[in-house]
Write a protein that binds this ligand. Structure first.
Ligand code: GLV
Ligand code: MN
Length: 220
């Protein structure tokens, strides 16, 4: 009986921690750094194994990943370049990363979400419409100008659209070494294998021809 009454609060605590755990950002590091050893094989748990500290050099903590703009000569007139743990192994276990987004006039960074990070943006150049949709289905948006910030709460669908006459340049920072990205149109219409067209036709309440047309734009 006594055991039972002690077990209840314990189980409640475990359950609460379990519910809270997906809300955390990357775990706190337990050492100064852990430069990713990408040659260490396929086994990864929440990050990559560390390079031996004897082979860590200054260059591991510097990166040119964002030094050059991406090519905006594509159908969306936009390009996202990432300085995450994959391109900058020194970020491993540090819980941060950064992107640069280059957008030609009219360029669109497609509606997408980051499952593992909140995004904090800074407009270095240009004028953009930035927006996201909350889980209550409210659309929050604003025209953001040079020198201004915006924030996108973790996991919510958002976009940046260059509404200015010049090229735009945005820097985004994340509280994850690998925020992950789910590009809404690509996930739905360009997945591999493809989502059955009748599922999408039903979801979007259109004919399958419409679905197939959209799929063809995303390689399906
Ligand atoms: C912008 O939304 C980005 O993900 O860098
Ligand atoms: Mn984003």
């Amino acid at each position: 009986m006594k055991m039972q009454s002690m077990a209840r609060p314990f189980l409640l605590l475990c359950f609460t921690l379990f519910l809270l755990s997906p809300c955390r950002s990357d775990s706190d590091p337990l050492q100064d750094f852990c430069v990713a050893n990408r040659q260490a094989g396929d086994i990864t748990v929440d990050g990559f194994p560390c390079k031996p500290s004897s082979s860590v050099v200054s260059d591991d903590f510097f990166s040119m990943a964002l030094s050059k703009g991406g090519n905006t000569n594509n159908v969306f007139s936009a390009n996202v370049t990432s300085a995450d743990v994959l391109s900058f192994p020194g970020l491993n276990t540090l819980g941060v990363s950064m992107n640069r987004i280059d957008l030609a006039p009219g360029g669109l960074n497609l509606p997408h979400s980051h499952p593992r990070a909140t995004e904090l943006g800074f407009v270095l150049q240009g004028q953009l419409l930035v927006g996201f949709v909350s889980t209550s289905n409210v659309f929050y948006s604003k025209i953001v100008n040079e020198g201004e910030n915006f924030v996108i709460p973790r996991g919510l669908v958002h976009f940046q659209y260059n509404v200015g006459k010049e090229k735009a340049l945005v820097i985004t920072a994340f509280n994850s070494q690998l925020p992950g990205v789910v590009l809404a149109p690509v996930s739905l219409f360009g997945s591999n294998p493809a989502i059955p067209s009748d599922v999408l036709a039903k979801a979007f309440q259109v004919d399958q021809q419409v679905v197939n047309l959209i799929k063809s734009k995303f390689g399906n």
